[in-house]
Design a protein around this ligand. Structure first.
Ligand code: PMP
Length: 394
């Protein structure tokens, strides 16, 4: 049977990780994989996470199954963190999922069950797992313009023109904040216009929020998601705790389905529990319990927020340093967009050939579409990257 298996496309980012590992150069710089790294290149366990784990180890009396939707206290805490009362709690169905990816997968399966002919609209570009899962599930998809190659900001006119083609009942996938892979994000006024347009079209928003707290702060990063939650009868929201709690391998996510009324919410809740049962039965609990412990204890929560804020400000200062350095070395302001991008990533906006020159000649690893992980830099490597960018003629 296994002889008939066909090779699947390799994950480009994982292939890049292996190439980086195998590179003997000692001054190589890894801007590839999307994991936060501190100035020494480590991905630390956050202080509040360590303390929550210590408490769980001391106090937990059972490892018996939770519910199919996960621990309700986790859903409550996350709904409050992300939605902050922008929609009544009673309108939100929710299930714990294995990571944000699990939430996206379950959301797409729910869409497929409810509306098999709906088209899912994706930003061009988007996180490659979005189209990959959609294609795997055999769903219809379309793309909307997103990135302006000239300004390296959002191509807002193109986005609005393309989303004007959305049909009633279609699903529009939006990055809640810190767009991956570009780092370019709509302004609050532009979000207002997007919401108005999608409402007029009768489309359903599906928000992927994986970097709350990495851009402009916990509340600011959730603002677009909250606006959308309060504006539509039906919304899907896939959230990830991988980045903002630094618990990547614990696989901690939440899928929320906002419904119009009690009946719809109950139906959505039952379907989400059913989908969990079909795919993996009970969702993982350890990461969810860490998150709940932190969010429900004022002192732990304050410490988590403080460490997250340090992380955010560190990435912002690297962005500013890189933009300043490039301003000086290029004698122009054409790289100022790097300081305006938000989150862990920036799309430099250059060809795969130039990305290859950066790798082969300078030992700088970034994804072929020129996505850079800003957290892969530190104060010492920023000038080296700037020099290499200029030397490569970018
Ligand atoms: N959405 C986006 C846009 C992401 O970048 C990621 C992480 N790379 C995720 C969702 C989900 O991450 P995870 O499954 O690790 O929680």
């Amino acid at each position: 049977m296994f002889d008939s298996l066909k090779p699947q496309p390799a994950d480009k980012i994982l292939a890049l990780m292996s190439a980086y590992k195998a590179d003997p150069r000692t001054d190589k710089i890894d801007l590839g994989v999307g994991v936060y790294k501190d100035a020494s290149g480590n991905t630390p366990v956050m202080r509040a996470v360590k303390e929550a784990e210590r408490r769980i180890l001391a106090d937990q009396t059972t490892k018996a199954y939770t519910g199919l939707a996960g621990d309700p206290a986790y859903a409550d805490a996350m709904i409050d963190l992300i939605l902050a009362g922008s929609v009544p709690r009673a309108r939100v169905a929710a299930v714990a999922t294995p990571g944000g990816t699990g939430a996206i997968r379950q959301a797409l399966e729910l869409i497929k069950l409810a509306s098999p002919d709906a088209t899912a609209w994706l930003s061009n570009p988007t996180w490659p797992n979005h189209p990959s899962i959609i294609n795997y599930l055999g769903m219809k998809s379309a793309t909307y313009r997103y990135f302006d190659e000239a300004t390296r900001g959002v191509d807002f006119a193109g986005l609005m023109e393309d989303l004007a083609e959305v049909a009633e009942g279609d699903v529009v996938l939006l990055h809640g904040c810190c767009h991956n892979p570009t780092g370019a994000n709509p302004t609050p006024e532009q979000w207002d216009d997007i919401v108005e347009l999608l409402k007029a079209k009768g489309a359903m928003p599906f928000v992927d929020i994986a970097y709350q707290g990495f851009g402009d702060g916990l509340a600011a990063d959730a603002a677009a998601t909250r606006l959308i939650a309060g504006a539509f009868d039906e919304v899907l929201i896939a959230a990830s705790c991988s980045k903002n709690f630094g618990i990547y391998r614990e696989r901690t996510g939440l899928l929320m389905a906002i419904g119009r009324d009690d009946e719809q919410v109950a139906q959505a809740q039952a379907t989400l529990a059913f989908l969990n049962r079909q795919n993996y039965s009970f969702p993982p609990d350890h990461g969810a319990r860490i998150v709940t412990t932190i969010l429900t204890d004022p002192a732990l929560r304050a410490d988590w927020e403080a460490e997250l804020e340090e992380t955010r400000l560190g990435m912002l200062s690297l962005r500013q340093q890189l933009a300043d350095e490039l301003r000086q070395q290029s004698n122009s302001d054409r790289f100022d967009f790097l300081a305006n991008h938000r989150g862990m990533f920036s799309r430099l906006g250059t060809s795969p050939e130039k990305v290859e020159v950066l790798r082969s000649e300078h030992g700088i690893y970034m994804v072929g579409d020129s996505r850079m992980n800003i957290a892969g830099l530190n104060a010492q490597t920023v000038p080296l990257l700037a020099k290499a960018i200029i030397a490569a003629g970018i």
